[in-house]
Design a protein. Sequence first.
Length: 708
Amino acid sequence: MQEAITFCRICLGQCGVVVSVDDNGAPIQVRGDKANPLTAGFACGKGVDSAEMHTRPDRILRPIKRNADGSTEVMALDRALDEIAERLTRIIDQDGPDAVALYSGTASYFNTALFKVMTPFMRAIGSTRRFSPLTIDSSSMVVRAARMGVWGAGKQRFDTADVWMMFGVNPIVSPRSNGVPPFNPSRKVKDAKGRGMQLIVIDPRQSDVARHADQFLQVKPGNDAALAGAMLNVILSENLHDSDFCVDHVEGMDRLKTVIAALTPAFAAERTGISAEEIVRAARTFATAGRGCADIGTGITMQAFSNLADHLVELLNVVCGRYLRAGEEYSNPGPFGPRREVHAEVVRPPRWWETGPRLNAAPYGMLFTDDGGEFPTTALPDEILYKGDGRIRALLSIGGNPAVAVPDQQRVVDAFRHLDLLVSVEPFPTPTARLSHYVIPPKLMYERADLPILFGQSTRLPVPFAQVTAAVSRPPAGSEVVAEWRFFWELARRMGKQLDLGGWVLPTDVPPSDDDIFDFMTRDAQVPLDEVRGHPHGHVFDLSQQVQPSRPGNHTRFDVMPDDVAEELDRYLHSAESGRYTHRLTVRRLRQACNSLVSAPDKLSPKKRFNPAYLNPADMAALGLANGDRVEIEGDGRRLVGIAEADPTVRTGVVSMSHSWGGLPDEPEDPFGAACTALLVRGDVRETINAMPAMTAIGVNLRPVVTR
Ligand SMILES: Nc1nc2c(c(=O)[nH]1)N[C@H]1C(S)=C(S)[C@@H](COP(=O)(O)OP(=O)(O)OC[C@H]3O[C@@H](n4cnc5c(=O)[nH]c(N)nc54)[C@H](O)[C@@H]3O)O[C@H]1N2
Ligand SMILES: Nc1nc2c(c(=O)[nH]1)N[C@H]1C(S)=C(S)[C@@H](COP(=O)(O)OP(=O)(O)OC[C@H]3O[C@@H](n4cnc5c(=O)[nH]c(N)nc54)[C@H](O)[C@@H]3O)O[C@H]1N2
Ligand code: SF4
Ligand SMILES: [Mo]
């Protein structure tokens, strides 16, 4: 047996781990790496169980083809790739490249070489049809930045903050790149509190992070726009904002004041159930503290009017000037990238969707830039079911599970059944894999070399950390699994296409090595990759630089109240909640799962093997429900059956449930009650620009299901 140093790649934490590997190269045990300078021995339960992911009996080890009659056959990788390439070529010849779409799921973000090769593949075949969960989980952040502008030097950091205000985010269970550093987040929150930081949490349930809050606002879900707008009103009317910063960097201040005047604390109190006094108190605490930001998560990005709510929360940071200024330390310029100066200035809002390619069936443009940009994922089923020219006929799904993740599950599944070709690169027999014509099993994380590059380059991390890992375990004997970047390389060369990584056209005869790709990616890095290789546990390099002043000639300002935001605010003011429903279904994440992935299901206690429908005990009593009872959750004629679980931290009138569990809608009900909440999301009621539906605060009625 041997021990190898690497890092976990299930979520953004990318915790340093030590993997024990047996003589066959199989990982058998995982523990946190105490010598990792960031995570210092921390690994969550999913990470500790991650060896089992590699050896689980249900892992798919050879490519599978599903025939038209539903029968399946195991197939050699080369043959499966030949067939897929041939079918893709035929579809492109008939209907053009946009008939082929890519959905790259969460697991693709933690696979650096794959990430580098995916976009060149789509560019090589000429398709613009790229989709990912980013346009489901943080879409409003992209819209907000592209409408308001961003600050070139980034925001003030958590580790130097006097106050932090969290709207619908729970970083203790869900590590993220903004706000609380993603490594051992619970420790980070305690440390910050220890040095006197004030924590304000806004959530319909007393989440893990809310337990540390100085002020906890247990809101009625779905109305954070009112709350943030009221706080803005208080700050501006009491002159608590940073007026110098606003004079220099904000455009539209007067209009902002006029437009948000209607969002009074009294109005917000009525919408959110939080008293006006509490709202005023939170606003004053936030604005009068020296440093610190307001921060959001999926509780905001997934509600109706998410783009508006996100915009108003970010305006709290803008008016209080919570950004890094010239002369301040810029502690993480990103070790894997070239040295570049950062400036204390606003970067112009690009509003990409107003120019560039558009979808056919749905009225949406692209988010991010045209090159490597993406379309809103909620519109994917529309494009597949489209009757006119240019419909999507083939979908490559990699590192995701869209059949349970994408909103409006029934419509998604109907659309997938309509595809001429659905290919999943997927290690387990997921609902998406069960719908796929081909399932190509990938190497799993410990079987591949990697860099935490997306993560390490993130300037939101407080320190310039870098690590590189070799593959530390071997795929099971007799398996035929593919390195995922290689999947695209193999398809491209079969289709007669070249992959251009931006200055390096990959050879089509001999595949490059993982290291070749990493060396190319880091060719201009401030820290040469070989130096990083010399630190197997990872290292925090000394790269700190200073924020530079604004560049002469840059007069860009934050656009704080553009017309489309004002229009959304007006619609929000005139919106009314349907009186038809007794409860609101809200999103949340579970410790033991990362979306649909549970690293070692067999190790979990039966209690943790399903996603409970958490309800306040008073609501349970009123409905006559006991723990473990089945409860029908119905909204807009759609229904699912959940398993009730009493949770006193949940606000009354709320049912709090995680996502991406369960099977296909027409499969037998899961005995563990792993219901899929995407079934209840209406895909036809959406935000403009990014097609975001309301995924949290969905109106529902509850009814006990009598089984006795
Ligand atoms: N353990 C674990 N970690 C994960 C994941 C996982 O599944 N499990 N998933 C990963 C992914 S893909 C993502 S995108 C991130 C997400 O990271 P987060 O956005 O932090 O996700 P959650 O932990 O669900 O926290 C969202 C909070 O919003 C609250 N909320 C719900 N509705 C509302 C509302 O209307 N208003 C307000 N104010 N709050 C509301 C919920 O109660 C919940 O506490 O987590 C990542 N990390
Ligand atoms: N109703 C509702 N729906 C939601 C949400 C919600 O809160 N409510 N949350 C949304 C969010 S935040 C997200 S991010 C999406 C998640 O959307 P997806 O990213 O589509 O779903 P995941 O479950 O994360 O899929 C990851 C898949 O990758 C597989 N996998 C694991 N390791 C590897 C690997 O090394 N290679 C490959 N190729 N595959 C691997 C796993 O088995 C799993 O099937 O769901 C969204 N859907
Ligand atoms: S799953 Fe757990 S151990 Fe793995 S990176 Fe995320 S927090 Fe760290
Ligand atoms: Mo996500």
